[in-house]
Write a protein that binds this ligand. Structure first.
Ligand code: PSU
Ligand code: MN
Length: 306
């Protein structure tokens, strides 16, 4: 199922060649760069992850909006700009037309990256953590558009699960409602980003990249549109135990409420505050799990390309 790329996209030559040849390509998001990690660790991470993908013979396509242009595949200078410029808007799907129409810079969330990847014909996407149902969403209605996008856009997303800044149980319930297969890789438990465990059983388990590719192919061959979640637990040597990080997340959530931070600023604030409270340990874990996801995502892209 290769669709021609949407004409509005500016696709890097290397990415366009791979797509035209049916070769493996992995999409990478940019909110994690501009709003998920501090400079300069963010640009180092983005560069390293592209390198890991390449080592597997796969073409990386980091996705972002630069001067209103929808860029699929970035140069080193463009990665540096996204990492260091203070004027980059966090762009979910609802923000996309506004930022493009005004010619601004935007870093794309999981939702917006999925949409643009699908428009380019890219089916595999690697990130760190997914957005989901926020704690207290019963009152605030704060549910990430990452979930609605997973319900309708046919891209497989490799993550380390979701952080317990979210309500993990309600996030899994919502993914079930939206018809999204959630595959834990090599685990019977759904992982919680910094930790291998979450207290929630994995809805489905897979143990090889080939099994993941088979689920993707089957879903889309049957005409069932929408995403596939691959939850890849952080390596044991890099994890922060759930009870340890749990207390820190509670503290960060309390600080956020005291400051009255809400809406699209919630996730970036919490990520930054957790890095502060842990003295950088959470950033080290975050980078380790993204590397690990890049290896798995590249292997999946190779299997899916066949
Ligand atoms: N969770 C993380 N790291 C991240 C994000 C989420 O552990 O960087 C980012 C992703 O870009 C995700 C977005 O798509 O936050 C979700 O934001 P919101 O909750 O506002 O939808
Ligand atoms: Mn939200």
């Amino acid at each position: 199922m290769s669709t021609p790329p949407h004409p509005a996209l500016q696709i890097a030559p290397e990415v366009a060649e791979a797509l035209a040849a049916g070769g493996p390509v992995v999409a990478l998001e940019s909110t994690i760069i501009s709003h998920g990690m501090p400079y300069p660790q963010n640009v180092a991470m983005a560069t390293e992850v592209e390198g890991i993908v390449r080592e597997h013979g796969v073409v990386p396509a980091t996705i972002a909006i630069l001067d209103g242009r929808l860029c699929i595949g970035l140069s080193p200078d463009q990665l540096e700009l996204l990492a260091s410029d203070g004027n980059v808007t966090k762009v979910s799907v609802r923000d996309l037309p506004y930022v493009v129409a005004r010619g601004q810079h935007g870093a794309t969330t999981v939702a917006a990256t999925m949409r643009l990847a699908a428009m380019a014909g890219i089916r595999t996407f690697v990130t760190g953590g997914l957005g989901g149902v926020h704690r207290g969403a019963q009152q605030t209605f704060d549910v990430s558009a990452d979930l609605t996008e997973l319900g309708q856009t046919s891209v497989a997303v490799v993550s380390a699960g979701v952080k317990s800044i979210l309500d993990i149980g309600l996030t899994l319930e919502t993914l079930e409602t939206l018809g999204v297969p959630v595959l834990a890789f090599g685990s019977d438990e759904f992982p919680s980003f910094y930790s291998r465990s979450s207290g929630h059983a994995a809805p489905m388990r897979v143990d090889t990249a080939a099994e993941v590719a088979a689920v993707m192919r089957t879903k889309w061959d049957l005409g069932i549109e929408g995403g596939v979640v691959i939850a890849n637990p952080i390596p044991a040597e890099d994890e922060i135990p759930a009870d340890e990080i749990g207390a820190i997340i509670d503290q960060a959530l309390g600080d956020m409420d005291a400051l009255g931070i809400r809406g699209k600023d919630a996730t970036p604030y919490l990520l930054g505050r957790i890095i502060e409270i842990t003295g950088g340990a959470s950033l080290t874990a975050n980078i380790a799990l993204v590397r690990h996801n890049a290896r798995l995502g590249a292997a999946i892209a190779v299997e899916y390309a066949g």
